[in-house]
Design a protein around this ligand. Structure first.
Ligand code: HEM
Length: 424
């Protein structure tokens, strides 16, 4: 419907969702205006209230935008280059463990497999080793129950006392207990592992105040929810599209040979950066299959754009799924063509906001580089170990879920490669 809206009405499409007026902004110039608008004009907080029972009180969308930004800012040191070197190692080790468990050949449900792997990576990198070790001790289950709290009912009535919301609230309490126990253990032992939890334990607000255990739990959950499922879904699409495009797959495999064939070459932050063909393939999946298809803000003050006024009270939206298929921005937009991002076309460089799969402006994703590195590590190691086969066509997107993955069934066959592995 939104794609048709763009064809018929152009950059601004007005429509109604129940009682609410909505306006979709499409195209690089419109994105620019959208992402530049101040928070007191286009407000994210009002729209993302459904996350408050999950992330908790006093953090993220429950606090003023400047406090949320201070809280997320605490994590910036945890995503600097030195930390990324460590994360690259963890991504490699986790994927290796996952690949070893697959055995010689078989069939996997790709979305479920990518979900399991990214939960391991995210809990290990983003929260801490203790949580990774305790995944079986209730965290994974609590995380699943929290995820079930993200549904259409929760979006409109987040506090309604229905069973899924009750188990969501129980799970939030359980995660708080688990994280508090870990923080108490660290304080007692003096252990200071280099991870997000420790970064938050060290952080201080501008007024010198330390964060409470519950605030730390909330910020960690914010990052986990922002980064895990989205990564799993983009990893799934990347695998599906590569299996369906033999020439692109061969290019990625050749590049792996070039980067890793030297004796003693290991997978690390530097070598992953050199995998440009794989990066273009991931970017093409960000374009064709953005995991978040709709970003929403509430209009607090009327906004002028292109001779129109978007009224206060409306919902203002951008849709990466619509914007990434504009024929005047991306040549032959329905085609999977990773080389569109290589020079000279470099279609992503033609405008700052041509690609918006990771958002833009103040709320742009802070984990984009982490996500790209993770997807590269996963597919490099899996393609090194296995040949994969997709027997059916690539499934259509499942728009019924908050993060848009492929519809079930989505099974992929694999067989261990006879060639010697590039990695120990
Ligand atoms: C493929 C993976 C990912 C995708 C597609 C993605 C996409 C996005 C998008 C579109 C936004 C903007 C939302 C909006 O404007 O309403 C966003 C925000 C955010 N992302 Fe990501 N993300 C991914 C991975 C990650 C990872 C790995 C992390 C953490 C390490 C992360 C942390 C965040 C945070 C904290 C925000 C909120 C920023 C703010 O509101 O100030 N994301 N992400």
């Amino acid at each position: 419907m939104m794609r048709r809206g763009w064809r018929e009405q152009g950059e601004l499409v007005r429509f109604r969702l129940g009682p609410r007026e909505c306006v979709l902004f499409t195209g690089p110039e419109a994105h620019d205006a959208y992402f530049r608008a101040p928070e007191d004009q286009l407000d994210a907080k009002a729209v993302y209230q459904f996350t408050v029972p999950i992330f908790g009180r006093g953090v993220a969308y429950d606090v003023a935008p400047e406090i949320m930004s201070e809280q997320l800012g605490f994590l910036v040191p945890a995503l600097r280059e030195t930390a990324m070197h460590r994360f690259a190692r963890i991504m490699f080790e986790e994927t290796k463990q996952f690949a070893d468990a697959l055995g010689e050949e078989g069939e996997i449900d790709l979305p479920a497999a990518m979900n399991a792997l990214t939960v391991n990576i995210a809990s290990h990198c983003l929260i801490g080793e203790e949580i990774r070790d305790q995944l079986d001790a209730g965290f994974a289950e609590a995380y699943r129950d929290l995820q079930k709290g993200i549904n259409a009912l929760g979006f409109f009535l987040p506090r309604l006392p229905v069973p899924s919301h009750r188990s969501r609230d129980r799970a939030r309490r359980k995660v708080a207990e688990l994280f508090s126990r870990i923080m108490a253990g660290r304080r007692l032992s003096g252990a200071e592992p280099d991870d997000f939890m420790q970064t938050l334990l060290r952080a201080r607000y501008k007024d010198g105040r330390a964060l409470s255990d519950d605030e730390i739990t909330g910020i960690l959950l914010t990052v986990l929810f922002a980064g895990q499922h989205t990564s799993a879904v983009l990893a799934t699409w990347t695998g599906l599209e590569l299996l369906n495009a033999p020439a692109s797959l061969a290019q990625v495999r050749d590049e792996m040979q070039n980067v890793y064939r030297a004796p003693g070459a290991t997978m690390n932050f530097e070598t992953l950066k050199r995998q440009a063909a794989l990066e273009r393939a991931i970017r093409e999946n960000e374009r064709l299959h953005p995991p978040l298809i709709l970003l929403i803000r509430k209009v607090l003050k009327p906004m002028r754009y292109g001779g129109h006024v978007v009224p206060a009270g409306a919902l203002a939206m951008v849709s990466p799924a619509v914007s990434h298929r504009l024929p005047h921005v991306f040549a032959n937009p329905e085609r999977f063509a990773p080389d569109r991002f290589a020079p000279p076309a470099a279609e992503d460089k033609q405008h700052h906001y041509a690609l918006i799969g990771f958002g833009g402006g103040k709320h742009r994703c802070m984990g984009k580089h982490f996500a790209y590195m993770q997807l590269k590590a996963i597919w490099t190691l899996l393609l090194d170990r296995f040949d994969f086969r997709l027997d059916a066509a690539i499934p259509a997107p499942n728009y019924g879920s908050w993060v848009t993955g492929p519809r079930a069934p989505c099974r992929v066959r694999y067989r261990r490669r006879p060639e010697a592995s590039l990695f120990q």
